[in-house]
Design a protein around this ligand. Structure first.
Ligand code: URA
Length: 267
Protein backbone atom coordinates (compact mmCIF):
# COMPACT_ATOMS: atom_id res chain seq x y z
CA UNK A 1 0.00 0.00 0.00
CA UNK A 2 1.43 3.39 -0.92
CA UNK A 3 1.69 6.23 1.60
CA UNK A 4 -1.25 8.09 0.15
CA UNK A 5 -3.64 5.15 0.47
CA UNK A 6 -2.33 4.37 3.92
CA UNK A 7 -2.95 7.98 5.00
CA UNK A 8 -6.47 7.91 3.53
CA UNK A 9 -7.24 4.61 5.31
CA UNK A 10 -5.98 6.10 8.57
CA UNK A 11 -8.16 9.20 8.13
CA UNK A 12 -11.19 6.99 7.38
CA UNK A 13 -10.44 5.01 10.52
CA UNK A 14 -10.24 8.23 12.57
CA UNK A 15 -13.48 9.57 11.09
CA UNK A 16 -15.34 6.34 11.85
CA UNK A 17 -14.04 6.48 15.40
CA UNK A 18 -15.43 10.02 15.74
CA UNK A 19 -12.07 11.81 15.51
CA UNK A 20 -13.04 14.63 13.15
CA UNK A 21 -11.43 17.74 14.61
CA UNK A 22 -7.82 18.86 14.94
CA UNK A 23 -6.44 19.74 18.34
CA UNK A 24 -3.41 21.58 16.98
CA UNK A 25 -1.93 22.88 13.74
CA UNK A 26 1.27 20.80 13.97
CA UNK A 27 1.38 17.01 14.35
CA UNK A 28 3.10 15.70 17.47
CA UNK A 29 4.89 12.35 17.25
CA UNK A 30 4.37 11.05 20.77
CA UNK A 31 6.38 7.91 20.03
CA UNK A 32 9.43 10.02 19.22
CA UNK A 33 9.21 12.00 22.45
CA UNK A 34 12.48 11.30 24.37
CA UNK A 35 10.91 10.82 27.74
CA UNK A 36 7.50 11.20 29.25
CA UNK A 37 7.06 14.59 30.94
CA UNK A 38 6.54 14.39 34.69
CA UNK A 39 2.92 13.55 35.49
CA UNK A 40 1.00 16.53 36.76
CA UNK A 41 -1.22 15.74 39.70
CA UNK A 42 -4.84 15.69 38.52
CA UNK A 43 -6.76 18.19 40.54
CA UNK A 44 -10.17 16.80 41.35
CA UNK A 45 -12.86 18.98 42.76
CA UNK A 46 -15.49 18.12 45.31
CA UNK A 47 -18.97 18.23 43.73
CA UNK A 48 -22.32 16.84 44.84
CA UNK A 49 -21.28 13.72 42.91
CA UNK A 50 -17.97 13.14 44.59
CA UNK A 51 -18.09 15.00 47.89
CA UNK A 52 -15.45 12.74 49.40
CA UNK A 53 -12.72 13.93 47.03
CA UNK A 54 -10.14 16.09 48.71
CA UNK A 55 -7.07 17.51 47.07
CA UNK A 56 -4.34 14.88 47.02
CA UNK A 57 -6.72 11.99 47.70
CA UNK A 58 -6.55 8.96 45.39
CA UNK A 59 -8.90 9.21 42.37
CA UNK A 60 -12.16 7.35 42.83
CA UNK A 61 -14.22 5.43 40.26
CA UNK A 62 -16.80 7.45 38.28
CA UNK A 63 -20.25 7.48 39.89
CA UNK A 64 -22.75 4.78 38.91
CA UNK A 65 -25.43 5.91 36.41
CA UNK A 66 -28.03 5.80 39.21
CA UNK A 67 -25.89 7.99 41.46
CA UNK A 68 -25.24 10.37 38.56
CA UNK A 69 -28.97 10.62 37.77
CA UNK A 70 -29.74 11.27 41.43
CA UNK A 71 -27.05 13.95 41.63
CA UNK A 72 -28.42 15.48 38.41
CA UNK A 73 -31.91 15.69 39.93
CA UNK A 74 -30.59 17.40 43.06
CA UNK A 75 -28.35 19.77 41.09
CA UNK A 76 -31.07 20.72 38.59
CA UNK A 77 -33.60 21.35 41.37
CA UNK A 78 -31.24 23.78 43.08
CA UNK A 79 -31.10 26.15 40.06
CA UNK A 80 -33.38 29.15 40.48
CA UNK A 81 -32.58 30.81 37.14
CA UNK A 82 -31.47 29.67 33.70
CA UNK A 83 -28.06 31.26 34.27
CA UNK A 84 -27.66 29.31 37.52
CA UNK A 85 -28.68 26.15 35.69
CA UNK A 86 -26.07 26.78 33.00
CA UNK A 87 -23.39 27.24 35.69
CA UNK A 88 -24.43 24.07 37.52
CA UNK A 89 -24.41 22.05 34.29
CA UNK A 90 -20.97 23.39 33.44
CA UNK A 91 -19.62 22.03 36.73
CA UNK A 92 -21.54 18.75 36.59
CA UNK A 93 -19.25 15.75 36.05
CA UNK A 94 -21.84 12.95 36.09
CA UNK A 95 -22.21 12.57 32.31
CA UNK A 96 -19.23 11.03 30.51
CA UNK A 97 -20.04 12.99 27.34
CA UNK A 98 -18.64 16.11 28.99
CA UNK A 99 -15.14 14.58 28.87
CA UNK A 100 -15.15 14.15 25.08
CA UNK A 101 -17.08 17.29 24.11
CA UNK A 102 -15.32 20.60 23.52
CA UNK A 103 -17.83 22.66 25.49
CA UNK A 104 -21.29 22.83 26.96
CA UNK A 105 -24.06 23.65 24.47
CA UNK A 106 -26.74 25.11 26.72
CA UNK A 107 -29.22 27.13 24.65
CA UNK A 108 -29.79 29.75 22.01
CA UNK A 109 -32.53 32.23 21.32
CA UNK A 110 -34.77 34.13 23.66
CA UNK A 111 -35.35 32.50 27.07
CA UNK A 112 -38.55 34.55 27.40
CA UNK A 113 -39.97 33.22 24.12
CA UNK A 114 -43.41 31.61 24.11
CA UNK A 115 -42.19 28.61 22.14
CA UNK A 116 -39.26 26.32 22.97
CA UNK A 117 -37.66 23.79 20.61
CA UNK A 118 -35.74 20.83 22.00
CA UNK A 119 -33.47 18.68 19.83
CA UNK A 120 -31.46 15.58 20.65
CA UNK A 121 -27.79 16.51 21.11
CA UNK A 122 -25.23 18.92 19.66
CA UNK A 123 -23.26 17.94 16.57
CA UNK A 124 -19.81 19.00 15.46
CA UNK A 125 -20.66 22.61 14.54
CA UNK A 126 -22.60 23.12 17.77
CA UNK A 127 -19.70 21.66 19.78
CA UNK A 128 -17.34 24.16 18.17
CA UNK A 129 -19.60 27.21 18.58
CA UNK A 130 -21.27 26.30 21.88
CA UNK A 131 -24.76 26.99 20.48
CA UNK A 132 -27.50 24.54 19.45
CA UNK A 133 -28.59 24.11 15.84
CA UNK A 134 -25.94 26.18 14.08
CA UNK A 135 -24.90 23.56 11.50
CA UNK A 136 -26.77 22.44 8.38
CA UNK A 137 -29.85 21.28 10.25
CA UNK A 138 -29.84 24.54 12.20
CA UNK A 139 -29.88 26.52 8.97
CA UNK A 140 -32.91 24.53 7.84
CA UNK A 141 -34.56 25.11 11.22
CA UNK A 142 -33.98 28.86 10.77
CA UNK A 143 -35.70 28.73 7.36
CA UNK A 144 -38.64 26.78 8.79
CA UNK A 145 -38.98 29.31 11.62
CA UNK A 146 -38.83 32.21 9.15
CA UNK A 147 -41.64 30.60 7.15
CA UNK A 148 -43.98 31.11 10.12
CA UNK A 149 -42.62 34.52 11.05
CA UNK A 150 -40.25 33.40 13.83
CA UNK A 151 -36.51 33.66 14.38
CA UNK A 152 -34.03 33.22 17.21
CA UNK A 153 -35.30 36.34 18.95
CA UNK A 154 -38.76 34.78 19.26
CA UNK A 155 -37.92 31.15 20.08
CA UNK A 156 -35.77 29.40 22.69
CA UNK A 157 -33.72 26.35 21.61
CA UNK A 158 -31.99 23.61 23.60
CA UNK A 159 -31.21 19.88 23.47
CA UNK A 160 -31.93 16.85 25.64
CA UNK A 161 -28.19 16.28 26.01
CA UNK A 162 -25.99 19.42 26.18
CA UNK A 163 -22.68 17.78 25.20
CA UNK A 164 -21.79 16.38 21.79
CA UNK A 165 -21.65 12.56 21.70
CA UNK A 166 -18.40 11.44 20.01
CA UNK A 167 -18.79 11.05 16.26
CA UNK A 168 -22.38 12.36 16.53
CA UNK A 169 -23.59 8.99 17.74
CA UNK A 170 -27.01 8.78 19.39
CA UNK A 171 -26.82 9.45 23.14
CA UNK A 172 -27.24 6.24 25.12
CA UNK A 173 -30.43 5.87 27.21
CA UNK A 174 -28.21 6.28 30.29
CA UNK A 175 -26.73 9.55 29.04
CA UNK A 176 -30.21 10.88 28.22
CA UNK A 177 -31.52 9.78 31.62
CA UNK A 178 -28.66 11.56 33.43
CA UNK A 179 -29.26 14.79 31.46
CA UNK A 180 -33.07 14.64 31.65
CA UNK A 181 -33.46 16.51 34.99
CA UNK A 182 -31.49 19.43 33.54
CA UNK A 183 -33.60 19.86 30.40
CA UNK A 184 -36.80 19.44 32.44
CA UNK A 185 -35.64 22.22 34.79
CA UNK A 186 -34.59 24.32 31.79
CA UNK A 187 -38.11 24.03 30.35
CA UNK A 188 -39.62 24.81 33.75
CA UNK A 189 -37.46 27.94 34.19
CA UNK A 190 -38.00 29.15 30.60
CA UNK A 191 -41.73 28.50 31.07
CA UNK A 192 -42.79 28.53 27.39
CA UNK A 193 -46.44 28.21 26.31
CA UNK A 194 -45.56 25.66 23.65
CA UNK A 195 -42.88 22.97 23.50
CA UNK A 196 -41.76 21.50 20.17
CA UNK A 197 -39.80 18.22 20.25
CA UNK A 198 -37.49 17.98 17.26
CA UNK A 199 -37.26 14.29 16.31
CA UNK A 200 -38.25 10.98 17.84
CA UNK A 201 -35.61 10.78 20.61
CA UNK A 202 -36.58 14.23 21.94
CA UNK A 203 -40.31 13.37 21.82
CA UNK A 204 -39.81 9.97 23.42
CA UNK A 205 -37.59 11.33 26.19
CA UNK A 206 -39.69 14.39 27.06
CA UNK A 207 -43.20 13.08 26.43
CA UNK A 208 -42.57 9.53 27.62
CA UNK A 209 -44.06 8.06 24.45
CA UNK A 210 -42.95 4.87 22.72
CA UNK A 211 -44.34 5.46 19.22
CA UNK A 212 -41.98 6.66 16.52
CA UNK A 213 -41.98 10.20 15.14
CA UNK A 214 -43.89 9.30 11.96
CA UNK A 215 -46.86 8.32 14.11
CA UNK A 216 -46.65 11.12 16.67
CA UNK A 217 -45.60 14.17 14.63
CA UNK A 218 -48.22 16.87 14.35
CA UNK A 219 -50.18 15.64 17.40
CA UNK A 220 -50.63 17.80 20.47
CA UNK A 221 -49.65 16.32 23.82
CA UNK A 222 -49.98 17.71 27.31
CA UNK A 223 -46.62 18.32 28.98
CA UNK A 224 -46.07 18.92 32.68
CA UNK A 225 -43.69 21.87 32.68
CA UNK A 226 -43.35 21.95 36.46
CA UNK A 227 -45.35 25.10 37.13
CA UNK A 228 -48.16 24.23 34.69
CA UNK A 229 -49.33 21.95 31.91
CA UNK A 230 -48.43 23.21 28.46
CA UNK A 231 -49.02 21.97 24.90
CA UNK A 232 -46.27 19.98 23.23
CA UNK A 233 -45.87 18.79 19.66
CA UNK A 234 -43.32 16.38 18.16
CA UNK A 235 -42.19 17.14 14.63
CA UNK A 236 -39.52 15.83 12.29
CA UNK A 237 -35.92 16.67 13.12
CA UNK A 238 -34.40 19.03 10.50
CA UNK A 239 -31.50 16.58 9.98
CA UNK A 240 -34.07 13.96 8.94
CA UNK A 241 -35.71 16.49 6.59
CA UNK A 242 -32.33 17.14 4.94
CA UNK A 243 -32.11 13.41 4.19
CA UNK A 244 -35.80 13.03 3.26
CA UNK A 245 -36.92 16.32 1.68
CA UNK A 246 -40.31 14.87 0.67
CA UNK A 247 -41.27 14.82 4.35
CA UNK A 248 -40.96 18.61 4.52
CA UNK A 249 -44.63 18.96 3.56
CA UNK A 250 -45.58 17.27 6.86
CA UNK A 251 -43.20 19.48 8.83
CA UNK A 252 -44.76 22.49 7.10
CA UNK A 253 -48.19 21.40 8.40
CA UNK A 254 -46.76 21.06 11.89
CA UNK A 255 -45.22 24.52 11.76
CA UNK A 256 -48.52 26.01 10.56
CA UNK A 257 -50.24 24.34 13.54
CA UNK A 258 -47.61 25.86 15.86
CA UNK A 259 -48.21 29.30 14.32
CA UNK A 260 -51.96 28.88 14.78
CA UNK A 261 -51.56 27.75 18.40
CA UNK A 262 -49.36 30.76 19.18
CA UNK A 263 -51.94 33.08 17.61
CA UNK A 264 -54.89 31.48 19.41
CA UNK A 265 -53.15 31.51 22.78
CA UNK A 266 -52.90 35.30 22.72
CA UNK A 267 -50.16 37.86 22.28
N1 URA B 1 -29.09 18.22 16.13
C1 URA B 1 -29.64 18.37 17.35
O1 URA B 1 -30.47 17.57 17.78
N2 URA B 1 -29.25 19.42 18.07
C2 URA B 1 -28.38 20.33 17.64
O2 URA B 1 -28.08 21.27 18.38
C3 URA B 1 -27.83 20.15 16.36
C4 URA B 1 -28.20 19.09 15.62
Amino acid sequence: MNNRNAARDLLDFYAEAGVDALLGEQPVDRLAAPEAPPQRAVQRVATPLNPEIRQGAAPTAPPSPDAAAMAAREAAKSAQTLEELRGILDKFDGCALKATATRLVFADGNPKARVMFVGEAPGRDEDIEGLPFVGRSGKLLDRMLAAIGLDRTSVYIANIVPWRPPGNRTPTPQESAICLPFILRQIELADPDILVCLGGPSAQTLLGIKDGITKTRGRWFSFNAGKREIRAMPTFHPAFLLRSPLQKRFAWRDFLAIKKALASQGA
